[in-house]
Design a protein around this ligand. Structure first.
Ligand SMILES: Nc1ncnc2c1ncn2[C@@H]1O[C@H](COP(=O)(O)OP(=O)(O)OP(=O)(O)O)[C@@H](O)[C@H]1O
Ligand SMILES: [Mg+2]
Length: 329
């Protein structure tokens, strides 16, 4: 992401202009040497029982056909869609603007354009994962980074705001930074129970913890109660069930997880087991190669890890998003 506070970041002289922030991050950090990309998503086992092996049997005696209507096939029972009942709370647009976040209904800006490109790449990858039968994992994206302050929450919020604007998708933004939640305050939403409460107490339905917003297509799941055992709860068998409920019957819903720094806390590594994609935020001026290496190895349970460059400036000869719309960056 371009730094929208205009903090200058040294431009690499040999950096090709016109590449996406994913590509530029990969180039800067020599991503291919950091990670071996899997070629295909492991296919989930088929639900149907395998057919019984063929056995040669004596031909059955011919029975005259019975003039009886064939029984109607049993109706296919789709799982009930996870309905979120949360009342639609107002998101503080002025507060979004102050934080340099995307403002729905606002003008087309460089920031909006950058996140449109990032979003498109993630949605294409999600569609690929769906075709590879990745199940609900296809709809989940983890936002991570090695250290604090590299822009995870900033990117998770902007990405969610950008996906919410899609005509055919909706988004659930999950605050999975249990020790230092900040999604609710960034959006100006009131506190309430959240993901950790639903993980700790099996009488709590996670769908009841989801907050609606007055931004069409944007839902928010707060972090919930603080516990020193967040990692243990996340690694329990209940997690898969709770996370599956968030997308049940809603194939067009993307779930974005904001998480704590991968090198400082374990939730990101735990969540990496449940997501189809992980975006690792790197700060051109801040993230070191060694830390990135360590973070990526902690997140290796996820089949698709991508780097996203944050707080980089575009060279004057490079692409300047929004210039077609009158943006003066
Ligand atoms: N590209 C950017 N343009 C403008 N401000 C940014 C950008 N990236 C991050 N920031 C700001 O930098 C600060 C730190 O970012 P953020 O809170 O997103 O980091 P984080 O990785 O979530 O940190 P933590 O690990 O502590 O949760 C915030 O005030 C955020 O608004
Ligand atoms: Mg954060």
């Amino acid at each position: 992401m371009t730094d929208h506070r205009k903090i200058p970041v040294p431009q690499q002289p040999d950096e090709p202009a016109g590449e996406s922030l994913f590509e530029r991050a990969n180039g800067r950090f020599d991503f291919n040497s950091l990670i071996a990309k899997p070629t295909a998503f492991p296919e989930r086992p088929a639900r149907r029982a395998p057919a019984a092996p063929f056995e040669a049997v004596a031909p059955a005696p011919v029975v005259p056909p019975v003039a009886e209507a064939a029984p109607a096939p049993a109706p296919v029972v789709e799982p009930e869609a996870a309905r979120f009942h949360g009342e639609k709370r107002p998101v503080d647009r002025e507060h979004l603007r102050e934080q340099g976040l995307i403002v729905p209904e606002g003008a087309v800006t460089a920031l909006l354009e950058e996140f449109r490109i990032v979003k498109r790449q993630l949605l294409v990858q999600a569609a690929d994962l769906r075709r590879q039968k990745a199940g609900p994992m296809a709809q989940r994206v983890l936002i991570s980074s090695p250290h604090p302050g590299e822009g995870k929450t900033y990117c998770a919020l902007n990405l969610a705001l950008s996906i919410a604007a899609e005509k055919e998708s909706e988004v659930l933004l999950v605050d999975a930074d249990f020790a230092k939640p900040s999604i609710l305050s960034a959006l100006g939403l009131p506190g309430g129970p959240g993901l950790m409460d639903a993980l700790m107490d099996d009488t709590i339905d996670v769908a009841d913890c989801v907050l609606g917003t007055d931004i069409p297509g944007l839902w928010v799941l707060p972090a919930g109660d603080t516990t020193s055992h967040d990692s243990e709860y996340l690694s329990s068998s209940r997690t898969a069930h709770v996370l599956d409920q968030l997308t049940q019957g809603a194939p067009n819903r993307m779930v974005i997880f904001d998480s704590p720094p991968a090198l400082a806390a374990s939730p990101a590594a735990e969540l990496a087991k449940y997501v189809g994609q992980t975006v690792v935020i790197v700060r051109a001026d801040k993230t070191g190669r060694g830390a990135l290496d360590d973070a990526i190895s902690l997140l290796n349970a996820c089949p698709n890890v991508q780097l996203l460059l944050n707080a980089a400036q575009f060279s004057p000869s490079g692409r300047r998003f929004g210039s077609y719309y009158g943006y003066k960056g």
